[in-house]
Write a protein that binds this ligand. Structure first.
Ligand code: FES
Length: 353
C-alpha cells in the first residue's frame, strides 16, 4: 500500500456537533482538512466515518495521516520532519520576554492560571511524622486534579485517603513502603504507585531516610486522615508499582518518555509518565488535558504568552488545559520530568495554533 500524503504535520482541533457524521480524510489529498472532499477517488484510500457522541466536544483529528488511532491524533506527527518544531529562545521577540517577578507564596504566576510551585518556599503542615503541602488544587485554579507534596521520615505516616478518586504517587526521593488498604509494597525513588478509588494508604520511610512523595488525585479533593488503615484493597488490580524501564521509552521528536501508571494497571482518567527534554525550547503549543509536571533534574524556563518562570529540580509546573506554553531546558544535560495528565492517556498529543 502506498503512503498517504502528510496534509499537515500536526492535528486539527475541531468542535464536533452532537450526533453529526464526519468523514475523515485518510489519503491526505483533501483541501478540506481534516475531512474528506472526495480527492481519494482513484487511490487505495477510503475516508474514515466518525459519528459524534451525544454532546458537542473538541477533538484533535490527525492531520499527518500517520496515526494508528484514526481518525484521531495519537502523537505520531511528533516524529515526522517538522512535527516537533523548536523555538529560538534568543530570537529578538523572545529576548524581550521577562522572567516573572509576581509570586503568590510558593507560586511564580504565569499567564492564564499556569504557575511554577517551589516546595522549598511553601509553608508545610505537620501531622505526626508527616510534613505536607498542597501544590495543585481548585483554590489554585485546577479543574481536574489535586497534587500534594509529602515528606515522611522516622515513624510511619498517619493513614490517609483521598476518597472515591484515582490516586497516583511518585516517589521523588528515598525508599520505604506504601501500604495500600492492608497490602504493603516496597518502593524506591522514581517509582510510580497507583491507589484505587476508596482505598487508603500509609507511608513508611526506610530507617534513616526521608521519603519525598508527590501525590496526585483526580477529580479534585482533599486528603482525609484515618484513625487506622482499612483492609479494602481492590484485588482486581494486583499491580500497583511501576518502575523506570528504558526499554519502555517512546520517542517524541528529540524528547522521550515512558508511561508509568495508566489504564493498563487500572487508572482510567490519570496517566503518569517520566520523560527527558534535551537542551532546547519547544515551539509554543497546547494540550487538551490538564497537566502537572515535576522537574526531577536540570534547569530551564517555563514560557507562556508574555512571560517565563525559572524552573529547577523539585519544582512543580501546573499547566491548565489549552494553555499556550513551552518548556525550555537550559542545562547541558537537559531536564528530566515526571508528568501527570488528566483526563488523558497519551502525553505525546499536542497541538499548535
Ligand atoms: S497529526 Fe497525525 S498523529 Fe498527530
Amino acid at each position: 500500500m502506498s503512503s498517504p500524503v502528510v496534509a499537515r504535520p500536526k492535528p486539527c482541533l475541531v468542535t464536533v456537533q452532537a450526533g453529526r457524521t464526519y468523514h475523515w480524510c485518510a489519503c491526505g489529498r483533501s483541501a478540506k482538512q481534516p475531512f474528506c472532499d472526495g480527492s481519494h477517488r482513484g487511490t487505495e484510500f477510503t475516508p474514515v466515518k466518525f459519528v459524534a457522541g451525544p454532546k458537542d466536544e473538541e477533538l484533535l483529528f490527525c492531520g499527518c495521516k500517520q496515526t494508528r488511532t484514526a481518525p484521531f491524533c495519537d502523537g505520531a506527527h511528533s516524529n515526522l520532519p517538522g512535527g516537533s518544531p523548536l523555538d529560538d529562545p534568543r530570537s529578538e521577540a523572545n529576548r524581550a520576554v521577562p522572567v516573572v517577578g509576581q509570586r503568590d507564596g510558593a507560586r511564580a504566576l504565569l499567564n492564564g492560571e499556569c504557575y511554577v510551585f517551589s516546595p522549598e518556599l511553601a509553608s508545610m503542615s505537620e501531622r505526626g511524622s508527616l510534613r505536607y503541602c498542597y501544590m495543585v488544587s481548585g483554590e489554585f485554579g485546577a479543574r481536574y486534579q489535586t497534587q500534594l507534596f509529602l515528606e515522611v521520615s522516622a515513624d510511619p505516616s498517619p493513614a490517609m485517603t483521598l476518597g472515591d478518586r484515582d490516586v497516583i504517587l511518585f516517589i521523588g526521593a528515598g525508599s520505604g513502603t506504601v501500604e495500600i488498604s492492608g497490602r504493603t509494597f516496597p518502593v524506591s525513588a522514581t517509582d510510580g504507585v497507583y491507589v484505587r478509588p476508596s482505598e487508603a494508604m500509609r507511608l513508611t520511610a526506610t530507617a534513616g531516610q526521608t521519603m519525598k512523595v508527590f501525590v496526585l488525585a483526580c477529580p479534585l479533593g482533599k486528603i482525609e486522615w484515618l484513625a487506622s488503615i482499612p483492609t479494602n484493597f481492590d484485588a482486581s488490580c494486583e499491580q500497583r508499582v511501576v518502575s523506570v524501564d528504558a526499554e519502555q521509552r517512546t520517542a517524541m521528536g528529540p524528547r522521550y518518555y515512558q508511561v508509568l501508571v495508566d489504564k493498563r494497571i487500572g487508572s482510567q482518567v490519570i496517566t503518569q509518565f517520566i520523560g527527558h527534554i534535551p537542551p532546547s525550547k519547544a515551539a509554543p503549543h497546547r494540550h487538551l488535558y490538564e497537566e502537572a509536571i515535576i522537574v526531577l533534574s536540570g534547569e530551564g524556563y517555563m514560557w507562556t504568552e508574555d512571560r517565563k518562570a525559572r524552573v529547577r529540580a523539585g519544582d512543580v509546573i501546573f499547566l491548565p488545559r489549552k494553555q499556550l506554553h513551552s518548556l525550555e531546558a537550559t542545562s547541558a544535560e537537559g531536564i528530566d520530568v515526571v508528568g501527570v495528565i488528566c483526563p488523558g492517556d497519551n502525553p505525546s498529543i499536542n497541538y499548535y495554533d
